[in-house]
Design a binder for this molecule. Structure first.
Ligand code: MG
Length: 256
């Protein structure tokens, strides 16, 4: 069921999403070569808690046998890791690494979700182009994110843009509605047909999240049962915001 948020709920969504935006602001300022992904995670957790929120991914259990609850505040996925990388003291960020971070905060019973990809230190031309295109894919998609449009219009715009840049979209994971639950209806694939799917209504809150691979779209799950990597070893990037559908332009809740 797709939920339409009330005025009060929208206030809570704005508030928790601001926590996520401020957490990324801090991460952007501190991230540098030589840090472990664990250090980044601790900084994010501290920031979130200082703003009255709880890291919603920490302890998140998908309820599948053999898959442990996610142990951290951040998913940190480096280079060929696409999503759901687990922070570790042994994982040191190097100059030129492509670091995709995804996190969800919970406050007053509502969730805010966003992802950013940082290139740490000196970026290669190829990496920079991938990261820029992934972010742009989000903005191409949300051109259609307003009341009266169809969900498929967003999905189509993202997929078309990514393919026009010579990249692949991940097909096994998708964006989603968000609110009291981290993942609500509708599912929002990063590809699709224009003019299809549910009609968007003011008051919907959606997490739109292009996951883009430099090479072929195939992915693999690592033995930790969380980390998703590209099969061909090529780079991946991720960009996400929680948005509010209105009668006009969408409000991007997880940007300052
Ligand atoms: Mg996310």
């Amino acid at each position: 069921m797709v939920t339409i948020k009330s005025k009060k709920e929208i206030e809570y969504m704005r508030d928790v999403c601001k926590v996520v935006a401020l957490t990324y602001k801090e991460l952007e300022e501190v991230i540098k070569p030589g840090m472990s992904t664990y250090e980044l995670d601790k900084i994010a957790e501290k920031k979130m808690r200082s703003l009255g929120a709880i890291p919603a991914e920490k302890g998140y259990d998908i309820g599948v046998e053999g898959v442990p609850p996610f142990p951290a505040t951040l998913c940190v996925s480096v280079n060929d890791e696409v999503i759901h990388g687990i922070p570790s003291k042994n994982k040191i960020i190097k100059d030129g690494d492509v670091v995709s971070i995804d996190t969800v905060a919970l406050k007053n019973g509502y969730n805010g979700d966003a992802a950013r990809t940082f290139i740490v230190g000196k970026a290669s031309k190829e990496a920079q182009r991938l990261v820029d295109a992934t972010k742009q894919a989000f903005f191409e998609g949300i051109k259609y994110a307003r009341a009266g449009m169809r969900l498929g219009d967003i999905c189509h715009a993202i997929g078309e843009y990514v393919h026009s840049q010579g990249y692949s979209v991940v097909r096994e994971f998708q964006g989603h509605g968000i609110g009291k639950q981290m993942h609500e209806d509708p599912g929002i694939p990063n590809y699709g047909k224009a003019g299809r799917g549910i009609r968007l209504q003011a008051g919907m809150t959606l997490a739109i999240e292009p996951m883009v691979i430099q090479g072929k779209p195939n992915i693999l799950e690592l033995e930790d049962r969380w980390t998703i990597v590209t099969e061909d070893g090529s780079l991946a990037a991720h960009y996400e915001n929680t948005i509010l559908i209105t009668e006009k332009e969408p409000e991007i809740l997880t940007m300052l």
